[in-house]
Design a protein around this ligand. Structure first.
Ligand code: HMG
Ligand code: MG
Length: 316
């Protein structure tokens, strides 16, 4: 039986902030967000991405974010890369004058593709099979440079362009990502349209080929089912959940999709349960601190926290 320890991958600084309209969020604010999250106990945080700034303007400046943040030992500060160019830029940063330092600014990249060609085209400007051929050498170079590699499959339930997704395709794509060296594949309900029963059916299909210990769940909350989908994923044996402080985010290529499941909401839902959430604040991630961070960053962005738990705790 899988352990009862749940790992959180905090994706707010990347998946959250990448979707912010308006002016680019200053580097110092992104670095402070990452530092606060780590202080609250987070050990896996997506710090940003090395993608085309024409495609995702908010992620420009990730190199400076990596340099400005504190680098805590034992914390993985993953950087999303879409192609070899992104990895090359990261590797030259890591080997530049002030480097190598110990610990390194990051020890992990994330690579991504999708279960439909239409979505991959919108996100990466190529088909899914082309993206896999392009990503394979990226993974190899990263591994050769002592970076670990995490994979994403987007639109695992529904695609904004082609509708209902074939879970067999999710399984095939996830398998290819693992075969190219990803230590884990995160299954993304990008549109946030999935229901708990669909999530369970999808995981059942994917785990025909892949041990659930190598899978993670990545749920957006467009239809309000994200916390329920987290619990469904845990029921199916998944133990790693991607979430976003304050429920920040969306996806620039998924019209209408809202943020990731809020980290606060996941922490709250797992209180008084058989599960414990791993982290470094008294052995876990501190709910009150995460609530404060969710409000702090949301107010910097000119709005209220959208985390339901964040709002309830503030009102108390
Ligand atoms: P393209 O236009 O086909 O690429 O885009 P290209 O090779 O023709 O290059 C176009 C321009 O981008 C060139 O500049 C390149 O130099 C530059 P120009 O000559 O026009 O001045 N370029 C880059 N610049 C910086 N960093 C790079 C880079 N590569 C090329 N790495 C490309 C192809 C992959 C670049 C583009 O499609 C891209 O950047 N896509 C990224 C999209 C993205 O970040 N999406 C959001 C993340 S995925 C997500 O949110 C889903 C997830 O959360 C899971 C879920 O919820 O499902 C993970
Ligand atoms: Mg996402």
């Amino acid at each position: 039986a899988p352990s009862n320890v749940v790992n959180i991958v905090e994706v707010g600084p990347r998946d959250g902030l990448q979707n912010e309209k308006g002016s680019v969020i200053p580097v110092h604010l992104k670095a402070e967000l990452i530092n606060r999250l780590v202080q609250a106990g987070v050990t896996n945080v997506e710090a940003g991405s090395f993608v085309s700034p024409k495609w995702v303007p908010q992620m420009a400046g990730t190199a400076d974010v990596l340099k400005q943040k504190t680098t805590a030992p034992g914390v993985h500060y993953a950087v999303l890369v879409p192609n070899h160019r992104g990895l090359d830029d990261l590797l030259s940063l890591l080997s530049s004058s002030s480097q190598p330092q110990s610990p390194p600014l990051t020890d992990e990249i994330s690579i991504f593709t999708a279960a439909t060609d239409a979505f991959t085209r919108a996100n990466l400007n190529c088909s899914t099979s082309e993206s896999l051929s392009r990503l394979s050498p990226v993974a190899r170079t990263a591994l050769d440079n002592n970076l670990r590699v995490r994979g994403y499959v987007s639109v695992v339930i529904a695609c904004p362009y082609t509708g209902k997704v074939d879970y067999k395709r999710v399984r095939e794509v996830a398998k290819e990502l693992l075969e190219m060296g990803c230590y884990e594949v995160s299954l993304g309900d990008t549109v946030g349209q999935g229901t708990p029963f669909e999530i369970q059916e999808m995981i059942e299909e994917v785990s025909k080929d892949i041990p659930v210990s190598k899978l993670a769940g990545h749920f957006h909350d467009t239809y309000g089912t994200a916390v329920a989908n987290v619990l469904a994923a845990l029921n199916s044996g998944i133990r790693t959940i991607d979430s976003s402080v304050g429920g920040l985010g969306g996806c620039p290529y998924s019209p209408g999709a809202t943020g990731n499941v809020a980290t606060e909401d996941v922490l709250y839902a797992l209180q008084n349960s058989p599960y414990t959430v791993a982290g470094t604040a008294n052995g876990t991630i501190d709910l009150n601190q995460m609530t404060d961070i969710g409000w702090w960053i949301s107010e910097k962005l000119g709005r209220d926290s959208v985390s339901r738990v964040g709002r309830a705790l503030r009102a108390r």
